[in-house]
Design a binder for this molecule. Structure first.
Ligand code: NAI
Length: 766
């Protein structure tokens, strides 16, 4: 090609990055890897290979971990963890050393990542590797600060971590840095397609002199993931498909293991008619063509305001035509290879199965490449608008009004991220809180940083990675509530002396209602005397309560100030009847009830105090902007109360409603009458209908339905531990949050459980 030709076409020439250092490193290992356990590499067993998806070349052979390997890794971690947890400053020094080592070997990591995964070198060099370093630097700081800033938290112990192939080193850093910072030891399994940077990281741990056993890496496929899931780790952290997330939720149900799930998404990308269209187009390049669209938070669902749709699509197609697809090691490449031919076939099949709308595709080279694709004219119910494609395929429809945009954006089972483009700050800040997502980007997209929590709601999972909010997933309360002694209901002689039916009713949607099944139970005192009857709620009563709770959604939008006032009012009305409640508790339990009533009043005061003070934060992130970490209510919480007649109820409903949730509480199973008396307090305290719903009856009847109900966002159980497995297995249905403990925890822990952090990234400053 002559200079004249070049000037005519203005084509980019190739600018290949050299693979020689990375190849030399692989050669130095004879292109064979074992696992990294207890500070050493095990002998390789050559069970499967890792290939460069861009050309099919085998890069190395890897070992599939056997049960013995997983056991050895977990026992090495167990042995190392106690002394690792001792000094935050020592941990900070190691994390800092790891960050420095990642920085020193940045180019090697970037090239190896690109070879193994197929992502453009521009991305691994400028995004994956720098962000991985940033995680270690940032969490070195958390390790240093833990003792002073989180004095009531401690390490969980050994964490099993299972990560996907889309950001191999970055996901490793997101998992390992916070775990280590908080004093845990880890056993991490990279995805089978992309293990090489994890193995290079293991070598770096060794070079940094990290105490052996603190980081262990085992390789292999899902079977190894299953072994880790079944092992006696204290916590499992998983990033990957919603399908596998569900399997892990079920497999760990009732085990007492902590769990965080970062799953799929179908994130909306909303463009309003006043947006800077060129910037919004450029944003889309980062939203859906970054990493070939293999990004859990990819802006894969484009919603464009009708009036600008034609113009916007035209600009977008012209930008798509300019995207360069090909050799990922070429520094001029925008779109690299799909991670594996299997994944490419999945994308192609999903696109081929669609017969709706109009498809626009650019071209891609032969091999494991897929062309950038835009499908317009779909409806929100179209299959491709609902299902995660995990490839460079953007699907789109139009909307007319902001309200319609919000409704369409939220019409998904996922809730990971959302993007809003508009030049109108009022509109952006009006829309952001209405989007059901863990992250919202305003006039920007796919921004991530160690200082800001990352994670979703609904079937996108739970738990946050990054920021102060991410640390709770890797710690537990030092003074965890102690299990209470089991209490059984008193038996009686049968029958009630009072001929008039005084069966306490259920409280649903602000009304007292009879149980659907028509059954009730007599409550006996310690001497066997009948004290009254309570209704036995069933599945239909729960369903009615869930409906009522959803109707009361306005509660979530009330101010903390108003909620505080109502909680104080509840306390005041309870105080006015404290003698009556104390007598009732004594009659049921045989023990004085004064202290419990006083404690309940104090609890109401505590959460009234917090209602307008449990604020979010503004995270300083290293971009031209800030991330507003807003604490939002979880939604509808169903709870099984512990045996304490009044305290068990108040410690559940007070934090839940203080934070703007609606709650369905199944009261103390054995001593339910104080809770049913509390209905009158609720009725006289301005609590809107449906905000608090009370059910009485058997917890065993409620547990499976609460766990599995698709419209419940969280289940808290302070009841018999035997219900934990049922609730957690059922919660896999819609990936709801669960809190299982003998009794409710300290105020901060309960407020944490009652809220979810949404990070809203807004441009700010210069
Ligand atoms: P995956 O969810 O199967 O794999 C993620 C990790 O889990 C890998 O390390 C894998 O070995 C492990 N794993 C697989 N089965 C397991 C089991 N039963 N127990 C424990 N661990 C197990 O994801 P995969 O198959 O690689 O991709 C399939 C689809 O998942 C993609 O097409 C995409 O839609 C989605 N995906 C979503 C990701 C996200 O970040 N949200 C990341 C990767 C995939």
């Amino acid at each position: 090609m002559t200079v004249k030709n070049i000037l005519e076409t203005m084509d980019y020439g190739p600018a290949p990055e050299s693979a020689s250092e990375a190849m030399a490193w692989l050669d130095s290992k004879n292109r064979q890897f074992g696992h990294f356990i207890d500070g050493k590499f095990t002998p390789p067993t050559q069970d499967f290979t890792s290939k460069n998806p861009a050309n099919g070349e085998v890069l190395a052979s890897l070992s599939q971990a056997r049960q013995d390997d997983v056991d050895a890794a977990i026992s090495a971690a167990r042995k190392a963890q106690k002394s690792w947890a001792k000094s935050g400053h020592t941990r900070a020094k190691y994390l800092y050393a790891l960050a420095r080592a990642l920085q020193k070997h940045a180019r090697l990591f970037a090239v190896l990542e690109t070879l193994d995964n197929g992502k453009p070198i521009r991305e691994s060099r400028d995004i994956d590797v720098p962000l991985a370093q940033r995680h270690f630097y940032h969490h070195a700081g958390f390790a240093q600060l833990m003792e002073d800033e989180l004095p009531d938290r401690e390490a969980l112990g050994v964490c099993g971590q299972i990560i996907p192939w889309n950001f191999p080193l970055l996901m490793l850093s997101w998992k390992i840095a916070p775990a280590l910072a908080m004093g845990n030891a880890v056993v991490l399994k990279p995805a089978e397609y992309t293990s090489l940077t994890a193995l290079l990281f293991a070598e770096i741990c060794d070079q940094a002199g990290l105490p052996k056993g603190v980081v262990n890496i085992v390789t292999g496929d899902g079977a190894v993931g299953e072994m880790i899931t079944a092992s006696d780790v204290d916590k499992l952290a998983f990033t990957g498909s919603t399908e596998v997330g569900r399997i892990i939720r079920k497999a760990t149900a009732g085990s007492g293991k902590a769990l965080s799930l970062e799953l799929g998404g179908k994130s909306p990308y909303i463009v309003f008619d006043d947006a800077d269209l060129d910037s919004a187009v450029e944003g889309l390049v980062d939203a859906i063509w970054f990493n070939q669209g293999q990004v859990c938070c990819a802006g894969s669902r484009l919603l464009v305001q009708e009036g600008i749709a034609d113009t916007f699509y035209r600009k977008l197609k012209s930008r798509m035509d300019g995207l360069r697809i090909g050799d990922p090691l070429d520094k001029c490449i925008d779109v690299g290879a799909i991670v594996d031919p299997i994944q490419r076939a999945t994308i192609a099949d999903m696109v081929a199965s669609n017969d709706e709308g109009e498809t626009y595709q650019t071209t891609a080279p032969e091999g494991c490449f897929y062309p950038p694709t835009l499908i317009t004219g779909l409806t929100t119910s179209s299959k491709l608008m609902q299902e995660e494609i995990f490839g460079p395929v953007l699907v789109s429809t139009t909307f007319r009004t902001p309200a319609e945009a919000v409704a369409m954006a939220n019409d998904t089972r996922y809730g990971l991220a959302a993007t809003v483009w508009t030049e109108n700050i009022n509109l952006a800040l009006d829309i952001a809180p209405q989007l059901v997502a863990g992250i919202v980007w305003v006039n920007s997209t796919n921004l991530m940083d160690a200082a800001a929590g990352f994670g979703g709601v609904r079937e996108s999972g739970f738990g946050r990675e990054g920021g102060w909010e991410g640390l709770s997933s890797y710690t537990k309360a030092k003074d965890a509530p102690k299990p209470t002694k089991p209490v059984t209901a008193f038996e009686g002689k049968g029958g009630l002396s009072d001929p008039i039916d005084r069966t306490a009713k259920l409280y649903i949607g602000g009304k007292q209602s009879r149980p659907d099944g028509g059954y009730s139970r007599v409550v006996y005192g310690p001497k066997g005397d009948a004290l009254g009857e309570v209704s036995l709620a069933n599945r239909k009563d729960l369903r009615n309560a869930v409906e009522a709770a959803h109707k009361a959604k306005g509660w979530s939008k009330t101010t903390g100030h108003l909620r505080a006032q109502i909680l104080y009012y509840l306390a005041e009305n309870l105080a006015a009847r404290s003698a009556e409640f104390a007598d009732r508790i004594k009659a049921m339990t045989g023990k004085q009830g004064k202290d419990e009533v006083e404690g309940a009043i104090q609890t109401l005061f505590t959460y009234a105090a917090w209602a307008d003070k449990y604020d979010g934060q503004v995270h300083g992130v290293p971009i031209r902007g800030v991330a507003l970490a807003m604490k939002e209510p979880v939604g509808v919480i169903a709870a099984l109360c512990d045996t304490r007649p009044l305290a068990g109820l108040i410690e559940v409903i007070a934090p839940a409603i203080a934070m703007g949730n609606r709650v369905i509480a199944s009261t103390s199973e054995v001593f339910p009458l104080a809770a049913t008396d509390f209905i009158q307090v609720l009725e006289t305290s301005d609590v809107p209908a449906g905000v608090v719903n009370l059910l009485t009856g058997d917890h065993a009847e409620m547990a499976p339905h609460m766990g599995a109900h698709m419209d419940i966002d969280a289940v808290w159980s302070f009841s018999d531990p035997s219900h934990a497995a049922t609730i957690e297995a059922g919660s896999a249905s819609n990936i709801k949050r669960t809190l299982i403990a003998p009794v409710p925890g300290a105020a901060k822990a309960m407020l944490d459980a009652a809220t979810e952090v949404k990070n809203i990234w807004v441009p700010y400053g210069e």
